[in-house]
Design a binder for this molecule. Structure first.
Ligand code: ADP
Ligand code: MG
Length: 239
């Protein structure tokens, strides 16, 4: 793998044990992405897109094959070790947001910083906002939720929750950002703003971007489109 490689996947396979026997939902997937690259993963529902994203981000362990993330082989790491790699390098926007219901929007965005135990969470001398809180409020403002910082997920629409999830993913200052259908629950204008934010980070900070989408126009904004069907790669197009 080259020094610039951010994500390298080789013969990646996932098999689940089910009542009806083993079910292989991802079959020997291969690709390699450099720093700052962008990849769209497309395919019908059930084709393995979310499974592939989860394996690449170290949320789940493969049944076969390897994943190298920022130069580290993560496939065989323990859950705790994978959590460290994720916290250091990865931002993830889940299909179902996965916000913590008992925390406000602002507190949800601050979770990655709390997990890391950053010095930036400390209050500034003389009181006031911590550096991290200032940054989290800034991110919520960028996604159009500056006035909703103190609202709980249940008080927010699906689209608003998705924007909180995006702000949280950016809070990690990720080297690589994974988004599972980031515009799936958004109206046209809000979807447009989300997409500009995602690609803005990709361009400004050379963040590597991997996104799952059903939107062909969004997929075409990526440099490469990987097409899945029945867990196998049936197309690998460079734009
Ligand atoms: P997509 O995101 O493309 O819609 P998924 O990756 O969510 O697809 O799922 C791929 C296939 O894997 C589906 O058939 C799904 O039912 C199956 N699957 C996902 N998770 C599990 C699991 N824990 N146990 C058994 N089958 C699963
Ligand atoms: Mg999915």
């Amino acid at each position: 793998m080259t020094a610039q490689s951010m994500l390298k996947v080789q013969r990646l396979t996932k098999t689940y044990a089910t009542a009806a026997g083993p079910l292989t939902v991802l079959k020997e997937v291969d690709f390699d992405l450099g720093r700052g690259a962008s990849l769209a993963i497309v395919g019908p529902s059930g084709s393995g897109k979310t499974t592939l994203l989860g394996l690449c981000a170290g949320l789940d362990q493969p049944s076969g094959g390897t994943v190298e993330l920022a130069g580290e082989s993560i496939g065989e790491l323990s859950e705790d070790a994978r959590a460290l790699v994720r916290n250091a390098h990865v931002g993830f926007v889940f299909q179902n947001f996965q916000l913590i219901p008992t925390l406000t929007a602002l507190e949800n965005v601050l979770v990655p910083v709390e997990l890391r135990g950053d010095a930036s969470t400390k209050l500034r001398a003389g009181g006031g906002m911590s550096v991290a809180e200032e940054e989290a409020r800034g991110l919520l403002t960028r996604v159009g939720l500056g006035e909703r910082c103190d609202h709980y997920p249940v008080q927010l629409s699906g689209g608003e929750q998705q924007r909180v999830a995006l702000a949280r993913a950016f809070m990690n200052r990720p080297k690589i950002l994974f988004c599972d259908e980031p515009t799936g629950n958004l109206d046209g204008d809000t979807a447009h703003a989300m997409v500009e934010l995602i690609f803005g980070l990709n361009h400004e900070k050379q963040t590597t971007l991997v996104l799952v989408t059903h939107d062909p126009d969004l997929a075409k904004r990526c440099q490469r489109i990987l097409r899945l069907k029945g867990g196998a790669v049936i197309g690998d197009e460079r734009i």
